[in-house]
Design a binder for this molecule. Structure first.
Ligand code: NAP
Length: 492
């Protein structure tokens, strides 16, 4: 089940949230601890107004809630609420409100006993889950803040080994996100979500996304898992590209972001779950090279970065799809790949993205000038790729005139929240240039807007993001991406 937490101050506002997301959720948790005190006498009348099974929860401050009263007041408020037709009541594992259990049972209300750890996943989490499950309850619940990929591993392992009553085992915070989407893979009773503008607990996903992007209802014990890892990674748009492709291809698989502070530990987690395809992003693209068993693309060693890992026969092969991803939309703009041959291009910036661009442009037969704020870096990379280099100042701006069929901006200058920066402010576009900015937020940087105004053809980083993902999709699944890339770019 998908359960939406209702966290407004009034029952009326909670009912409004429930109505908006009605078709996306199976049950509702009323967080009575977040209600205005004046609403509490009406608690018993809430469930019948929703048309859904409801959980009544009065979460204490020690467990991450807002109820700061004593035990007897806690029991009294819950007891009054249980006069109404709730389907479940959440009673914390360490409360003395156990007197409520017979009252709940008499009315056919199922009892959730919950354990919360706001600090970490404790080493004995399996024992804790087992002991709650053995207490007088229908549904044991454990929610822990996950502080690292190792803690996610421990919580997931405990969940996989647990074989008692239907349980709710969830990880809070960005490191714990996978537990929320994969809850049905491990046979969990439900997962929680929150309306997009509220969040009852750190890491809650919104009801539309868990249905439409992650297809929660189709996830089962056999569902395959692919992942994007980085730190941070929750901002990644890759799930919005891969998941619709998996669905269209009819594959029983889901693609999720997994935040990892240690790539080696993340790969252990992959082994635990049987994850065979991984997109790797900042800061792990270099350490992925150390973890892979062999390189599947020449680009990996040339760029010294691996953004894709694929497991086959117990071995990780590393790939780099950034190079192919950046050139694909450009060659489309020039009619075909061969259309790039002999063109002259300036690459702005000398970081990791610039290397992928240089590798791809060289392969396509483009003549290149690299310019960079720090001249020494431009020189170093220019030598590495055997292309001309210059500092991003007067000499560079003058030289650019000779390398201006294509201009590719690869620095973060102009990216949100620094939209006011134009890294090429000293260069005036003639209108004949094709200008490509690898930034995708905002969609049109200050530099791209200026180029468009001058009459240039423009391209932003969304195209590269999508095309590099399409390459990964093929490596992960052996199938071509089944949706139109242009639609995919438009929908991002
Ligand atoms: P990086 O390795 O950190 O590269 C930073 C480069 O940008 C350096 O050359 C640096 O110059 C330069 N730079 C930084 N701030 C600057 C400023 N204010 N003015 C001028 N130059 C500046 O980063 P990266 O991994 O290459 O990524 C760079 C950009 O590419 C990011 O915006 C990223 O989002 C984008 N990207 C997009 C995709 C995609 O799929 N669309 C894929 C990869 C990367 P110095 O050497 O002088 O410090």
């Amino acid at each position: 089940m998908i359960c939406m937490c209702l966290t407004r101050k009034t029952l009326k506002d909670n009912l409004a949230d429930a109505a908006v997301f009605n078709k996306y959720v199976d049950c509702l948790e009323l967080r009575a601890d977040l209600l205005d005190e004046s609403e509490l006498p009406q608690l018993a009348y809430f469930p019948e107004r929703t048309g859904k099974p409801c959980i009544l929860t009065l979460r204490k401050t020690a467990d991450g809630g807002s109820f700061s009263g004593g035990e007897s007041e806690h029991s009294k408020i819950l007891g009054q609420g249980l006069e109404g037709p709730y389907a479940y009541v959440d009673i914390e594992h360490d409360t003395s409100a156990v007197g409520l259990i017979p009252q709940a049972r008499q009315k056919g209300i199922q009892v959730i006993r919950s354990y919360h750890n706001l600090e970490e996943v404790p080493g004995n989490i399996k024992y804790i889950i087992d002991s709650i499950a053995s207490a007088d309850c229908d549904v044991p619940k454990a929610a822990c803040r996950v502080g690292s990929i190792r803690q996610l591993y421990n919580l997931t392992k405990a969940n996989m080994e647990y074989s008692g009553k239907p349980a709710i085992i969830l990880g809070m915070g960005p490191f714990g996100f996978a537990t929320r989407v994969l809850a049905p893979k491990f046979g969990n009773f439900l997962t929680f979500c929150s309306p997009p503008d509220t969040s009852a607990a750190p890491g809650h996903i919104d009801p539309v996304k868990i249905n439409d992007v992650y297809r929660y209802k189709s996830i089962n014990s056999n569902t395959g898992v692919f992942a994007v890892t980085g730190n941070p990674v929750m901002h990644s748009k890759s799930p919005d590209i891969h998941n619709p492709g998996l669905e269209k291809a009819g594959l029983d698989a889901v693609y999720i972001p997994v935040q990892a502070d240690d790539l080696a530990a993340f790969l252990e987690y992959c082994k635990l779950l049987g994850i065979t395809g991984v997109s790797v992003t900042v800061p792990h693209k270099h350490s992925a090279m150390e973890s892979m068993d062999n390189a599947g693309h020449e680009a990996v060693t040339a760029i010294q970065a691996c953004n894709t890992l694929v497991m086959k026969n117990n071995k990780w092969t590393g790939y780099n799809t950034d190079a192919a991803g950046c050139i694909a939309p450009l060659s489309r703009l020039f009619g075909h790949y061969a259309g790039l041959q002999g063109k002259k291009a300036t690459v702005v910036g000398a970081g990791g993205a610039a290397k992928a661009v240089l590798f791809a442009l060289k392969k396509a037969g483009v003549e290149i000038l690299i310019i960079n704020r720090t001249a020494a870096k431009a020189t170093q990379i220019g030598e590495q790729f055997n292309v001309r280099s210059a500092p991003a100042k007067d000499t560079g701006w003058a030289l650019m005139r000779d390398y201006s069929d294509i201009i590719i901006q690869t620095t973060p200058a102009g990216m949100h929240p620094n939209e006011d920066i134009d890294p090429l402010e000293n260069y005036s576009f003639t209108g004949s240039e094709t200008v490509y900015d690898l930034i995708y937020a905002p969609e049109k940087t200050k530099m791209l807007a200026r180029a468009e105004k001058a009459g240039c053809r423009i391209l932003n980083g969304k195209a590269m993001l999508v095309y590099q993902a399409l390459e990964q999709f093929k490596l992960f699944t052996g199938k071509d991406y089944p949706l139109d890339p242009a639609t995919c770019i438009k929908n991002l």
